[in-house]
Design a binder for this molecule. Structure first.
Ligand code: 6PG
Length: 471
């Protein structure tokens, strides 16, 4: 048994991970449900083929790996993972490690971890971000499981991960579901980032009459400033790409109905479960859902009419204001995502290391950016801060971008341009920084109809109102 690790599932992600492992000098056993795919993969591995051990059965696969055996499963999330675990279980031995590298719901990961507990086997839920390219040349890797199981795989995982200033963008983040939870929040933030970029694009397209190539230039310029990020970079590239068939910008011929596989939605659901608002992520998930209702939107445009309220006018440098507004929106989304992780960390006893999470997101993953380098610095200086916006660095950004965010959202609303995620950021900041809010009225109402009681601000006296007296 010479393989250091095994990979089950040779779809694009699994195949690329296996090549990445081989590329770093480790022997890797591979197995796929259809043997034909395994053969094809091995045949196409070129000079890496000496490191790849193709196997035709699970027995052969398991026998090829050095114990305790780490087995990466990279297949469709959900039932197939349970079936794969069931098939592997009888073949594995004490201390072998099943690693689910797909986008699993962390609650499934927790369950699988528990289910394997008494078998002598252990489980790692591993979030992998970076798409196909990342899997092949360096993803960001978020690991949850026992520390002992991490120690068995850390050499390989660190080696194949992306690097930021030579530091691996991979880390053990805590027990059981910690890695998949963090990956889920990563994706929730990814959704918010993408939605806010799309809202800015909508303002440029529908409010400023800009064409895709012109917008590409704006995003490209932003990619050298505080918004420097993978998503802004690819946005610029997308906008600059033409369609072979029509000669139009490609983006103009793509149907405006966004897909989603679940991770963004889970982020929003879990944030609500934790009672920590993630309104930017929720707005992004909701916007994808509404985008998919293409028929309803067409009918509604007919029935309600599309507001034609004139051009988006902010006076002066609109691009600079949009840039600042996007930055402000990002602050809200990331602050919310990290706050949800802090709450989950307490609830599940993970002790999630916020500075390390920010660090391993600096390279390899989809949300990698200059901004994350700043977040990692802020959390390194103040690891226990209650909310990212309370750090000196980010409170400064919130203040500096405040006028831009407000101006952009107000003008977009005035002109009928939808900005659900950006406007959620304004509302979030405005509620956050108002020490005396309006929930006193809600408490009175609750007490009125349900005798739920309330606290007084002076701590004195009765905690019920006289609502029913005299009725
Ligand atoms: C990543 C991505 C990746 C994938 C998700 C998002 O971090 O590499 O998040 O995991 O793109 O599946 O998917 P949806 O947009 O389809 O939900």
């Amino acid at each position: 048994a010479s393989a250091e690790i095994g990979v089950i599932g040779l779809g694009v992600m699994g195949a690329n991970l296996a090549l990445n492992i081989a590329d770093h000098g480790f022997d890797v056993a591979v197995y796929n449900r259809t043997e034909e795919r395994t053969r094809e993969f091995a045949a196409g591995a070129g000079e890496l083929s000496s490191k790849i051990i193709p196997t035709g059965s699970l027995e052969e696969f398991v026998a090829a790996i050095r114990p305790p055996r780490p087995v990466i499963i990279m297949i469709k999330a959900g039932d197939p993972v349970d079936q794969q675990i069931a098939a592997l279980k009888p073949l594995l031995e004490n201390n072998d490690i099943i690693i689910d590298a797909g986008n699993a719901n962390f609650r499934d990961t927790m369950r699988r971890f528990e289910e394997l507990k008494d078998t002598g086997l252990t489980f790692i839920g591993m979030g992998v971000s970076g798409g196909e390219e990342g899997a092949r040349f360096g993803p960001s890797i978020m690991v949850g499981g026992t520390e002992a199981s991490w120690n068995r795989v850390s050499d390989v995982i660190n080696a194949i991960s992306a690097k930021f200033n030579d530091e691996p963008c991979a880390a053990w983040l805590g027990e059981n579901g910690a890695g998949h939870f963090v990956k889920t929040i990563h994706n929730g933030i990814e959704y918010a980032d993408m939605q806010m970029i799309a809202e800015i694009y909508g303002i440029m397209r529908d409010g400023m009459d800009m064409k895709a190539p012109e917008m590409a230039g704006v995003f490209d310029a932003w990619n050298s400033g505080p918004l420097d990020s993978f998503l802004v970079e690819i946005t610029s590239k997308v906008l600059a790409t033409g369609d072979d068939k029509t000669g139009k910008p490609l983006v103009d011929v793509i149907l405006d109905a966004a897909g989603q596989k679940g991770t963004g939605r889970w982020s929003a659901i879990e944030s609500q479960q934790m009672a920590v608002p993630a309104s930017a992520i929720e707005a992004a998930v909701g916007a994808r859902s509404l985008s998919a209702m293409t028929g309803l939107r067409a009918e509604a445009e007919e029935l309600l009419g599309r507001p034609d309220l004139g051009r988006f006018e902010v006076g002066g440098n609109a691009a600079a204001l949009l840039e600042q507004a996007l930055l402000a929106g990002k602050v809200a989304a990331y602050a919310q995502g990290f706050a949800v992780m802090a709450a989950a960390s307490k609830e599940f006893g993970w002790n999630l290391p916020m500075p390390i999470i920010a660090k391993i997101w600096r390279a390899g993953c989809i949300i990698r950016s200059r901004f994350l380098d700043e977040i990692s610095e802020a959390f390194t200086k103040t690891p226990d801060v209650a909310n990212l916006v309370m750090t000196p660095e980010f409170s400064r950004i919130v203040k500096e971008t405040d006028t831009a965010l407000r101006t952009v959202v107000a003008e977009a609303v005035r002109k009928g341009l939808p900005v659900p995620a950006l406007s959620s950021a304004v509302a979030y900041f405005d509620q956050l920084r108002r020490a005396r809010g309006t929930a006193n009225l809600i408490q009175a109402q609750r007490d009125f109809f349900g005798a739920h009681g309330f606290e007084r601000i002076d701590g004195k006296g009765e905690n019920h109102g006289p609502w029913n007296m005299g009725n």
